[in-house]
Write a protein that binds this ligand. Structure first.
Ligand code: GSH
Length: 237
C-alpha cells in the first residue's frame, strides 16, 4: 500500500504546499490506491514534504516520487511526449519550482506574516505560537536570502512574479492541459503551484497578478473541477 505524507489542508487549498499538491495529483492520475497522511517535515528524510512510503521504501521529493511511480508501478504520464515537449516540461518546471515558488514563499512569510501565522500555527498553545512562528520565519527568511530572491526589494520581487506568471500563462495556453488534450506530469507542477496562488485564501500581489491572467484562472478552475476534483472533496490528512 502507498502512503503519501503531505501538509494538511490550510488556506482553503488542497494542501498549502505546491509540492504536496503535485504529488497528490500524480497519485490520483495514477489510479493506484494510496492513503493520504498528515506528514511532519521534521521527521522527513530531507526535512521536506512530500514523502511517499511504498512498502519498505521511503521516497522523499516530488520528482523522485514521479520517477518511482513510473519505475515501480508503470505509471508514466509523460510516455507520449515528444523530446521537444520533455525539454519544455523541464523548463516550465524550473520556472515554477525554482523561481516562482520563491516569490510565493516571500509573499507568504515576509509580506503576509500574520495570515501565515494564523493558518499554520493557530492550533499551537497560545504562549508557544509567537516564538515558534518567529523561529520558523527566521529560517524561511534565511532560505530566501540564500536562494537569492530574498535579497531583492519587494517591488522587484512583485515584478519578477508578474513576469514569470505572464510567461506561464503563455506556455499553458488555452488547451485543456499544457500539452493539449492529455494531462502529463507538468500539469501536476503547474496545478500544484496555482492551487497555492489562485486557490489560497491570501491576498498577495502574486495572486493579483495571476487573477489578471485568464489562461491561468481558467486552467486552475478546469483542473480543480476535473482531474483534481477528488482531492478537493477528500482533503483529510
Ligand atoms: N524538491 C522538493 C521540495 C519540497 C519542499 O520544498 N517542500 C516544502 C513545502 S512546499 C517543505 O516541506 N518545507 C518544510 C521545511 O522546509 O521545513 C520536492 O519536489 O518535493
Amino acid at each position: 500500500m502507498l502512503a503519501l505524507n503531505v501538509f494538511s489542508p490550510a488556506l482553503g487549498t488542497i494542501s498549502p504546499s505546491p509540492f504536496s499538491v503535485k504529488a497528490l495529483l500524480l497519485l490520483e492520475m495514477s489510479g493506484l490506491p494510496y492513503t493520504r497522511c498528515a506528514g511532519d517535515p521534521r521527521k522527513a528524510p530531507r526535512g521536506k514534504l512530500p514523502v511517499l512510503v511504498d512498502g519498505g521504501e521511503v521516497i522523499p521529493d516530488s520528482e523522485a516520487i514521479r520517477a518511482h511511480l513510473a519505475r515501480a508501478h508503470g505509471f508514466d504520464p509523460d510516455a507520449a511526449l515528444s523530446d521537444r515537449q520533455r525539454a519544455e516540461a523541464v523548463a516550465i518546471r524550473a520556472l515554477v519550482e525554482d523561481h516562482l515558488y520563491w516569490v510565493l514563499v516571500h509573499s507568504r512569510w515576509i509580506e503576509r506574516a500574520e495570515v501565515t501565522r494564523a493558518a499554520f500555527f493557530g492550533r499551537l498553545p497560545a504562549p508557544l505560537r509567537a516564538p515558534i512562528f518567529a523561529l520558523v520565519r527566521r529560517q524561511v527568511a534565511r532560505a530566501l536570502h540564500a536562494q537569492g530572491m530574498g535579497r531583492h526589494p519587494a517591488e522587484a520581487i512583485h515584478a519578477m512574479g508578474a513576469e514569470g506568471l505572464a510567461a506561464l500563462a503563455a506556455l499553458v495556453g488555452e488547451a485543456p492541459y499544457v500539452f493539449g488534450e492529455r494531462p502529463s506530469s507538468i500539469d501536476t507542477v503547474v496545478f500544484g503551484f496555482l492551487e497555492n496562488v489562485i486557490g489560497a485564501e491570501m491576498d498577495t500581489p502574486l495572486k493579483d497578478a495571476a487573477l489578471g491572467l485568464p489562461a491561468l484562472v481558467d486552467y486552475h478552475r478546469r483542473l480543480r473541477a476535473g482531474i483534481a476534483a477528488p482531492l478537493v472533496a477528500g482533503g483529510a490528512g
